[in-house]
Design a binder for this molecule. Structure first.
Ligand SMILES: [Zn+2]
Length: 266
């Protein structure tokens, strides 16, 4: 851990967040955390392969990220669907919500909307400071009972796991009938065939071929829904610009990113 990070760890998280709000205060507003902000920050890594393969969810995007909650267009799209009546989910009080690798801004909004039944999970809970309670969970073997989750959110995780079929099998198992899982991953628009690297691949190979040193695969737009369907899900691609053009434009969503809504209909 860097010295800067070590010092940061000594400061209580609410103090850091309030500091960000003061420093970045301005006339604009983050659609996710609702903080008044001066301007968005650039998001994405800018690796050559991400540009060459047009990787949605990985490409550099200018003026895209909230300086307070760090939500970018990826998180805005999820909250757009959940809050703007994207067909479907409405946060009934009884909905059981499981949020894996919980994004800061989304955590707050979803937990506020359904405080009684929200649980956050991660493989490594020590990575999180914005949550007071997070359960350890491994997608290769979840401790949740069958059919126990109504809304499951697990974004930008499946490109990291050792075995994607096993992880999807676990997600399908714990999802309740009629439940919805939101399972976003980077999608390469200019790739013909999904790339899968072995666990023995080096960080250098992963950056060169996939655009990130801890990714193991990169899906094409056609392959990913097929992988989800093979796990048993009924897959709907939600395009916010088709559903609500003016609102999606105002929210500065990514015109190339669609939401993969995975339902369990059995
Ligand atoms: Zn924000």
């Amino acid at each position: 851990m860097s010295a800067k990070k070590k010092i940061g760890r000594l400061i209580p998280y609410p103090v850091i967040e309030n500091g960000r709000k003061i420093i970045n205060f301005g006339p604009k507003r983050c659609q996710v955390c609702e903080s008044p902000i001066r301007q968005m920050q650039d998001a994405g890594y800018g690796f050559e392969v991400l540009e060459r393969l047009q990787v949605v969810g990985g490409l550099k995007r200018f003026a895209d990220k909230c300086p307070v909650c760090h939500s970018s267009s990826r998180e805005r799209l999820v909250w757009f669907w959940l809050s703007q009546g994207g067909r479907g989910f409405r946060f009934p009080d009884t909905a059981r919500i499981a949020h894996f690798a919980p994004e800061k801004g989304l955590t707050k909004r979803i937990r506020d909307a359904a405080p009684a039944n929200y649980t956050a999970y991660d493989f490594d809970p020590s990575r999180y400071r914005h949550l007071d309670h997070l359960e350890q969970a491994d997608l290769s073997g979840l401790h949740l009972p069958d059919n126990s989750v109504d809304l499951l959110i697990c974004n930008h995780v499946l490109e990291h796991v050792p075995d994607v079929a096993v992880a999807l099998g676990e997600i399908f198992r714990v999802l309740a009938p009629q439940g919805v899982a939101i399972l976003q991953v980077p999608i390469a628009l200019k790739l013909d065939k999904t790339i899968e690297l072995p666990l023995s691949s080096t960080p250098q190979e992963r950056v060169q071929l996939l655009g990130q040193d801890d990714h193991l695969r990169l899906f094409t737009a056609a392959d990913y829904p097929a992988v989800l369907a093979a796990a048993g899900f009924e897959v709907e691609l939600f395009d916010p610009f088709e559903a609500e053009t003016a609102l999606a434009t105002r929210w500065q969503l990514d015109p190339f990113e669609k939401l993969h809504l995975c339902r369990k209909l059995v």
